[in-house]
Ligand binder design. Structure first.
Ligand code: NI
Ligand code: MN
Length: 223
């Protein structure tokens, strides 16, 4: 699977002709390397309703005639705006044509435009034999140990920006509970409030089995 970083918490996952995007915050994202109108995907995954995650999801879903996948409240909000959607909820998994999606807990908020979009989530994606965990926006939680115990994670995408989510120290603890083969830090340096040096995160995990890969927007990695 090829993972391409677009800045903040937005990634594209590509495997065998399928392309998915998660948390497509492109318009207004100073780090984004692509524009919403350039995105060609089979589905749009969204972790929660904050503008820096829901982002351009509705426009991209409409342009591609592709579904938005996420929690019931968030996806129904997108359907009301004219997008296609597949509603799920935390703890549930579904086998899509491209692979399996399971929603996890995340400790955060999910309100946009004064509308509550229910609970935020993390997403476990399994496609072509590879499993990736995108934590969404969350603080550290002990159940990450359960996620690590019940999944063989090829890759974990973890926020390190602090202030709104885990910072570096808590993300290091998360890695120890999740035991992923590869870790990619996200949700940092987009705004001044979440300025972090990802090299500090990488150095803190020296000696851990996880391979920390720092991607700049537009860069990709194979997992
Ligand atoms: Ni958020
Ligand atoms: Mn966020």
């Amino acid at each position: 699977m090829k993972i391409i970083y677009h800045g903040h918490s937005c990634f594209t996952f590509q495997s065998q002709g399928t392309s998915l995007i998660i948390d497509p915050f492109l318009t207004g994202n100073p780090l984004a390397d692509i524009s919403a109108e350039d995105v060609s995907v089979d589905a749009v995954l969204v972790t929660h309703g904050h503008a820096d995650h829901l982002g351009d999801a509705v426009e991209i879903a409409k342009n591609n005639n592709s579904p938005i996948i996420g929690t019931f409240e968030l996806v129904n909000y997108c359907i009301a705006k004219g997008a296609m959607g597949h509603t799920m909820h935390i703890g549930g998994a579904f086998d899509f044509p491209f692979g399996r999606v399971k929603l996890t807990i995340a400790h955060h908020g999910s309100t946009t435009d004064d509308t509550s979009l229910g609970n935020p989530c993390g997403i476990i994606l399994t496609m072509d034999g590879k499993t990736v965990y995108h934590a969404g926006d969350t603080g550290l939680f002990l159940d990450m140990g359960l996620i690590g115990d019940t999944n063989t994670l090829d890759c974990a995408l973890l926020p390190i920006g602090d202030n709104f989510t885990m910072g570096i120290n808590d993300a290091v603890r998360a890695v120890k509970m999740l035991s992923p083969s590869i870790v990619i830090p996200m949700h940092y340096n987009t705004f001044d409030l979440i300025r972090q040096d990802p090299q500090v995160f990488k150095d803190a995990l020296a000696g851990n089995e996880a391979d920390v890969r720092i991607l700049r927007p537009g860069e990709s990695t194979e997992i």
